[in-house]
Structure formats: C-alpha cells, structure tokens
Write a protein that binds this ligand. Structure first.
Ligand code: BGC
Length: 336
C-alpha cells in the first residue's frame, strides 16, 4: 500500500518535471510569435511614420532571426473604450505580446488588468503611462523619449536663431513676442515641451513675451484655423511661433501661405518631430528648424524588446534608460 503511494507520487513528480522541461524547451524554441498593436489614431503623421519604420524593422528581424513574426494593428480612433476592446480582441486572437499607444495615458488600468490576467506582456509607446502604472506588473514596458530634451532643444534652436539674426526681433524692442501652439492637453510631450522650450530660451538670456497660445491637438488643420485667427489679431507683432510638433508648425505655415504673407515677413517657426513634411519645410526655409523625434530608434527599441521578451524570454540584453523604460534621444535639425 505504502509502496503504491510512493510509486504514484514518483510518477506525478516525474510527469511534472517532464512537463516543466517540455514547457521550457518549447519557450526556448519559439519559432513564431504574434504581435498586437493598437494606436490612438492611425492618421497621426508621427504615429504613421513610426508604424512604417516598425513594420520594416519587424520584417528585418524576422528575416535575420528565422522567427516568423506576424503583426496585427488596430486603430482606437481617439476612444479609450475602443482601445480596451482592441486589446481584448488581440489577446483572443492569440497575440503573444501587445504594443499599446494609449488613447488616455491616465487610463491603462483595464488594459493592464486583462493583460496580466492572460499573461500577455505590454510595451506602451509614445504616450507615457503616469508614474506608478508600470510598477503594476514586471512585464510592462515603455518606449518613448525624454520630453524635456525635445523642449530644451527647441528652445536652443530659437535662441540660436535670434542670436545669429538679431533682425528677427522685428520691432527691435529687445523682447521676443511669441505664439505657442500646443498639442493635446494632458499629453506628456505637450505639457513639457510648452514649458521647457520657452524657459530654455529665457535662460539663454532672451526676454520673452507670450502673445497667445492655442491648442492644436497635434493636428495641422486645427493649428491652421487657430493661427489664421492669431495672425488676424497680432499680424507682424509675432516674431516666433513655437509648435509642439511639426504638423502644427505646418498648419501655421499654411495660415501664412493663405494670408499671402511672404517668407521674409514671417516669424521664426519651429516644430518638433522631423517628419518627412517637416524636414521638407526646413529645407524650403518655411520652418527655421525642428527637433528630430527618432521614429526609427523608437521602432527599433520596440522590436528588440518584443524579441527579447517573447522569443528569448529574457530582457537582460536590453539597455534600459530606467526600470523597463527606454528613452530614445532627440537631435536638432536646422536649415542653416
Ligand atoms: C509627437 C506628435 C504626435 C504625438 C502623438 C508626440 O510625441 O511629437 O507629433 O502627434 O506624439 O501621441
């Protein structure tokens, strides 16, 4: 009787260890993975350029590693509950890992809870969860940039423009009269860029005076409409336009074009992102400069993290900027 129990127990332990080593082996030998991506708005210029780079780099990684990587992308269309459903659908569709560009960066709870329950890691990107949210599970990551750095570089570009060209202070009053076009309220990049860009310019020894600020929600048409009104109100008093991203700087340029104000009578206009259209505007001298928000660098960090987490099951080879966070550096792009 006693012997029988021991035999049974041994058999159970053997089976368990066989299963354990079997499962481990299966993990190590993963030859295919499925990645689910949900973005806040697939029409956002920066996000669509980032996704273009991401798709290219996924193909390259799959080719180099021999691992089949399939990607499913969903658009949340500015709606957090749509995004929560995107996440549930992608988990049901068998995704091994998710990349989430939050609609509302203060509301990741439902997503984190379901992913954790189903053991599906998440890489948040571009829209940063607020402090503490990443601590809720150790398979949550963030890939983005340092918003302060982008704001500081934009301020430096402005300081450089007015140092090299004192005549850009059109009324010669020793003060830079500026307009700020802000991204979506609540977005870490909008909040920080708005504040840091101007304080950097002021710290460089320039007196600054805000004429007007307007929210353009990252969008070119909204910035265009707001800027049309601001030009009508302030005309050539405006010496500097700082936009939180290139699309809104382009909207401001559209407004100057539509008002038929020639290039030499326009203020200094500076954006952030270095999108394809933004760089063309810098080359054409319509935009004085921009700050490169490295889409390729961020896409590469996401792909490396996906591979480490889902194929290797080990992220020790990843160079994190902070705990489970990767911040890709910016650089300046100036026409001159
Ligand atoms: C970019 C914007 C973009 C936004 C979307 C920012 O980092 O600079 O162009 O619209 O992210 O979340």
């Amino acid at each position: 009787m006693k012997n029988g129990v021991v035999k049974k127990l041994t058999a159970v332990i053997l089976l368990a260890s066989l299963c354990l080593s079997g499962c481990e082996k299966k993990e190590e030998e993963k030859t295919s993975i499925k990645v689910g991506v949900t973005v806040y708005d697939s029409h956002d210029t920066f996000i669509s350029e980032l996704m273009g780079d991401f798709n290219e780099l996924v193909t390259k990684k799959a080719y180099e590693s021999g691992v089949a990587i399939s990607v499913e992308v969903m658009n949340a269309g500015w709606n957090q509950s749509t995004q929560n459903s995107n996440v549930e659908d992608m988990i049901d569709n068998g995704c091994d890992i998710l990349c989430v560009n939050l609609v509302d960066r203060t509301a990741p709870t439902a997503i984190i809870d379901i992913a954790r329950q189903k053991n599906v890691p998440i890489i948040f990107f571009n829209r940063e969860p607020v402090e503490g949210d990443l601590d809720r599970w150790d398979h949550l990551y963030y890939v983005g940039t340092d918003a302060r750095q982008s704001g500081a570089m934009q301020g430096e570009i402005a300081a450089e423009a007015f140092t090299k060209h004192p005549e850009y202070d059109r009324n010669g009053n020793g003060e830079i009269e500026y307009v700020m076009i802000e991204g979506e309220s609540g977005h870490q990049d909008a909040i920080v860029r708005t504040e840091v860009s101007i304080s950097k310019l002021a710290d460089s020894g320039f007196k600054v005076k805000k004429l007007q600020s307007a929210i353009g929600n990252w969008l070119r048409p909204q910035a265009f409409t707001k800027m049309e009104q601001i030009i009508a109100e302030y005309g050539d008093e405006i010496e500097l336009v700082m936009a939180n991203n290139d699309d809104m700087a382009l909207g401001a340029i559209d407004a100057y074009n539509s008002a038929k104000i020639p290039l030499e009578k326009r203020p200094v206009i500076i954006g952030i992102d270095g999108t394809d259209a933004g760089v063309v505007a810098v080359k054409n001298k319509e935009m004085y400069g921009t700050v490169f928000n490295d889409t390729k660098g961020q896409a590469e960090a996401m792909v490396d993290l996906i591979y480490a987490e889902s194929v290797l099951g080990n992220t020790s080879g990843i160079d994190f900027s902070e705990d489970r966070v990767i911040r890709v550096p910016h650089s300046k792009i100036v026409g001159e």
